[in-house]
Ligand binder design. Sequence first.
Ligand code: NAD
Length: 361
Amino acid sequence: MTTQKIGVAVLGIGSMGGGHVQAFRSSPWVERVVGYEPTAERAKERGQELGIPATTDLESLLHNPQIHLITIASPNDTHCELTLRALRAGKSVLCEKPMGVSLAETQLMLAAERETGRFLQIGFECRYSKLYQMVKDWIGAGLIGQPLNSHCDYLCSEFLLRDSWRSKSPSGLIAEKLCHYLDLPRWWFEQPVVELYSQAAPNFVSYFNYSDNHNILYRFANGATSSLNFVMATAETFHGDPLRDMLDQQWDDGHRLVYLLYGTKGAIETDVFRRRIRRWEFTDKPDKLHSKIVETVTFPSSADELWFHNAPGQNIRISQLVAEGCLPELTATDSYESMKMVFAAELSEREHRIVKLNELD
Ligand SMILES: NC(=O)c1ccc[n+]([C@@H]2O[C@H](COP(=O)([O-])OP(=O)(O)OC[C@H]3O[C@@H](n4cnc5c(N)ncnc54)[C@H](O)[C@@H]3O)[C@@H](O)[C@H]2O)c1
């Protein structure tokens, strides 16, 4: 049986949308890629830069039988409405994170997926990154025993810019950035999160509509705990997305994106800015618990995208799933659980209290 190639429409062909276009153009399961922008000027400019047809007529894309997959790479507060329209038009949808900017929006997106029965996958692309898949594989192979604790430190320079939609967005950085880093431990630990507490100090960045720092602490159903500490502002200023290149310089100027996971038999550290993943083994000896680094894997700068920013790999895989009529690899229900952590953290900071995740159901 030959698989029919699909047509893809990318809604929002800015920075991330441009990456989507390139990934789909390289996919063997895709035969056409078109773009959508709300204004004619922007559609023309970006269509020409990317070398694709780009339109301002969303309805025509939604009703075009040659378009099978709609991907949404527009500002966060448009994700819900565009997803609902695309699913209800019978399209498969890949929507960039976050899955909505409020709990109500996330629930609407989940309800639309259930009501239409269509394909909906949220762009939690870290799940396709080799660095984080290796953590999953090492835990799955029992190499650290049962995971019981994880810490994530994410420290970076301000890279959203004073006058961008991001710095003025009604939703904050927990939804915009940290949803990835709350989603990963849920995936690794394979446990539901039951409660969460978060705090934010006053801002370093005066022009954000939201906090630029968060200390989030949460507990899983089996008693395991995790924390995520984030500060945007402290590292040396970088004029671009600091996760895309220049890691060699940045690892020592204050940038950090490190996970430490502790299990009953060992530990794992992932370190994006050092391009490294390491593993410790614990041995219970008569004098004390001994710990030894037993495995270190590094990757070259040429493989950065594959190792920790594998949106292209995710998109190509999704085009295959849609072309072959398969279900999403990452379900909307699962992404909803990570988004509940986002909104629980926002609620916890507003009300200065521990939030039980089932309060949000
Ligand atoms: N997965 C990741 O790691 C990752 C990384 C970066 C961005 N993103 C997500 O991708 C999305 C876009 O981010 P970006 O950095 O490309 O922003 P961007 O500002 O570069 O691009 C957004 C584009 O959307 C267009 N747009 C505005 N309103 C629109 C609407 N109503 N419908 C369609 N298009 C519209 C803008 O004109 C612009 O071209 C965001 O949701 C962001 O969170 C994800």
